[in-house]
Design a protein around this ligand. Structure first.
Ligand code: CMC
Length: 426
């Protein structure tokens, strides 16, 4: 039901076009432009800067105020009081679990952590120096070849089982992609450990000796998972929804999300931050890189700064910064040269008028890369960890899409190519 109406007058049309306007529970009103097609018009919005592509109840962002809510709960409170599996439950179900529901959910996830043994043979097809994101795109898509028992996208129970499998198996596959790259044996998951602890065990454990995850690092890892869990209709989530709209199976859709996340403007930024810090190499070089970032003729950008939606401090970055300080202290590496460059760069960018005027604050990826490096995670795994964390967001949006009447996504275009013409006569 439209709360308000908008009227659009177009040169050449006799009457104004009346468009319904809807109000959500938070955020700007949206104008329903669907009646325009009947009048021979489309809207034009490259980059989807002002287009609401769907209705959703999962996550809300106010970019001007720097607010991020999951199911209405502020991200700062979730990061402080909750944990990743509880946030997964919240994103999937819209409510926090009771104690009994949480226990049951954890039990279910833990019972899906292993991947089919045949999966391990897939890895042998990759070069040892393959980027782990390339392996993830392939292996997550390949899961659809193993779980035929849950691929009916119109069955709510099947959708739920797929979500459980993805949440449970992503850390296993992610760790396998790392172990393969360093030539160590894959570590089976340990279901007596917490979600983040188990991931650290599969990453850093070996069959030769027992691995005891450091609780401070496991907590930081869990927080990284929480802070990346969902971010409403970003590029990868929109990709998953669009792929899902064709009826494709969930594993294929999540694989498309991983591919979209890989780019440096999106999830690939955490890896790009570290590469950039290494390239800067010395505090004395910072002004040169800052000057390049400000030069409109130079495509170089300061990685880990700016955000399409946040024109204020990214609320995730604030929590990440605090966690970063804790981790660096725990590991006693506060004075590591790369981290000193990062801190100096952050200070300069927060004071430089170019960044201040454009509201280019450090984003979540600026600090997550620093924490991951300190924990000992190799740079090429950073975006994989983002993908692992974001899987719950992707699958929650995919499930939401399929839980109500829907249509295939089909954007239109402003065509500026040649007009109709005839093939030349010889
Ligand atoms: N360094 C230097 N200048 C920048 C940067 C940057 N990192 N980001 C934006 N700008 C400038 C840009 O050149 C433009 O200047 P002008 O108005 O003079 O032409 C202005 O700021 C607005 O930029 P935009 O390209 O319109 O912004 P956008 O909303 O299209 O892009 C972004 C957002 C995140 C892709 C961009 O800020 C960027 O490339 N940042 C670096 C990559 C990065 O850290 N990405 C991670 C995002 S957070 C994780 C996630 O959610 O995926």
């Amino acid at each position: 039901m439209a709360d308000k109406k908008a009227r659009l007058t177009v040169d050449g049309l006799d009457e104004a076009i009346e468009l319904p306007v809807y109000s959500g529970t938070e955020g700007p009103d949206v104008i329903d432009v669907r009646p325009l097609t009947g009048k021979g018009l489309f809207t034009y919005d490259p980059g989807f800067v002002s287009t609401a592509a769907c209705e959703s109840k999962i996550t809300y962002i106010d970019g001007d105020l720097g607010i991020l809510l999951h199911g209405g709960y502020p991200i700062e409170q979730l990061a402080d009081k909750s944990d990743y599996l509880e946030v997964c439950y919240l994103l999937l179900n819209g409510e926090l679990p009771t104690e009994a529901q949480k226990k049951e959910f954890i039990h279910i996830i833990k019972n899906h952590t292993m991947v089919h043994e045949q999966m391990s043979h897939f890895f042998n097809g990759f070069r040892r120096d393959a980027h782990p994101m390339a392996i993830m795109v392939a292996c997550v898509g390949a899961l659809s070849a193993f779980y035929h028992d849950s691929l009916d996208i119109n069955d709510a129970h099947h959708r739920e089982v797929c979500a459980f499998r993805l949440i449970a198996k992503m850390p296993t596959l992610a760790a396998m992609s790392y172990k393969y790259s360093i030539g160590q044996p894959f570590m089976y998951p340990r279901n007596d450990l917490g979600y983040a602890e188990n991931f650290l065990h599969m990453m850093f454990g070996t069959p030769c000796e027992e691995y005891k995850p450091n609780p401070v690092l496991a907590k930081a890892m869990d927080r990284i998972f929480v802070l990346h869990a969902d971010h409403e209709q970003n590029a990868s989530t929109s990709t998953v929804r669009l792929a899902g709209s064709s009826g494709a199976n969930p594993f294929a859709c999540i694989s498309s999300g991983i591919a979209a996340l890989w780019g440096p403007a999106h999830g690939g930024a955490n890896e790009a931050v570290l590469t950039m810090l290494e390239e800067i190499g010395d505090e004395a070089m910072i002004p040169e890189f800052v000057a390049r970032a400000k030069d409109p003729e130079d495509p170089f950008r300061l990685m880990g700064f700016g955000h399409r939606v946040y024109r204020n401090f990214d609320p995730r970055a604030k929590v990440m910064k605090a966690t970063c300080d804790q981790v660096l202290k725990e590991l006693g590496v506060e004075n590591e040269p790369l981290l000193k460059i990062a801190k100096r760069l952050e200070q300069i960018a927060l004071e430089d008028p170019y960044f201040v005027e454009r509201k280019l604050y450090p984003n979540v990826d600026f600090y997550s890369g620093i924490i991951l490096k300190a924990i000992g995670i190799p740079t090429s795994m950073f975006t994989v960890i983002f993908a692992l964390s974001r899987t719950i967001g992707w699958i929650s949006h995919w499930s939401e899409f399929h839980s109500s009447p829907n249509r295939i996504g089909r954007p239109r275009q402003l065509y500026t190519g040649p007009k109709k013409r005839n093939y030349p006569l010889l």
